[in-house]
Design a protein around this ligand. Sequence first.
Ligand SMILES: [Zn+2]
Length: 323
Amino acid sequence: MGRANPFRALVAGLTADEFLLLREAVDERRCRDEVGVGTLAEAAAAYRPDPKCPGCGARGAWRDGSTAAGVPRWRCRCCGRRFNSLTGTVLEHCRKPLPAWVSFIRLMRHNVPVECAAEMCGVTHKTAFEWRHRVLATVSGYQDRIVLRDTVWVDETYINDTDLSKGYGQARKRGLSRQKLCICVAIDVHKNPVAVVCGHGKPSSARVREAMGGRIAPGALLIHDLERAHNALVRDGGLESEAHRADVNDPVYLERMEMVNDLCSWLKRYLWRFTGMSPANLQAYLDWYVYLFRVNQARDRWDPTARVVRHILMADATYRSLG
Ligand SMILES: [Zn+2]
């Protein structure tokens, strides 16, 4: 027998409407305890206290009331534009309370299927799909800021267009056909990953350079297989090169390439969860993977959900659904 719960009888006696209100209040409280803010208004106050005008970029706008959700409205001193604190973020048109979004973000951290997220958050499949793409929009270009250092592994991994759109193992062609999308992957000794779409089929030097150029600090040691296209990276960046023939029976190859081989297999397992995605969205999903990889690495120091919520509130990003 557990301790008597003094709220049990009280909750059992509520009407349906009262119970809904109680749930809302409880969700708000829990959200506040977990990520520091419980409502959109609190989030706006914490992360966007002096938002810049989405029209002209000026700060110091005049207060101009609040939205129905209590988010401050503003009027720009320079151009007169009216906006609210969340205008220009992916939460701009949000009609659900913040806790629903935070639950959704928590599920997205675990990359659950859209239909599961929709059910858990009480939204339609279409809304969940839209929310996912809004979150993805906040990490677009995230990898542009990453520079790999010291010891860096690089490799290519391939995925069939049809694996993405129709499911793994469907309509496969053998060999390295033009049907295969190339993903250039790299990771450094500090466990910073990079994953960039690099066209179809085996990449040329120019394509590898475009994908990875500027992402590896000069003078680093590059550990890779004998892919000739990598030589462009070695030359351009003044890198040291350690090349191994790709041979799964060679223990030295396996040991020296383990870091990047592991990354390739984690990445594939991740991508297979999103069967049905358009190959056009592949880079967005890779950006999200790399973003989460870094968030999870720091999980002991910073609660991952709270960190992603903060990121989403501070990011200027919009996503307009096509449907
Ligand atoms: Zn303005």
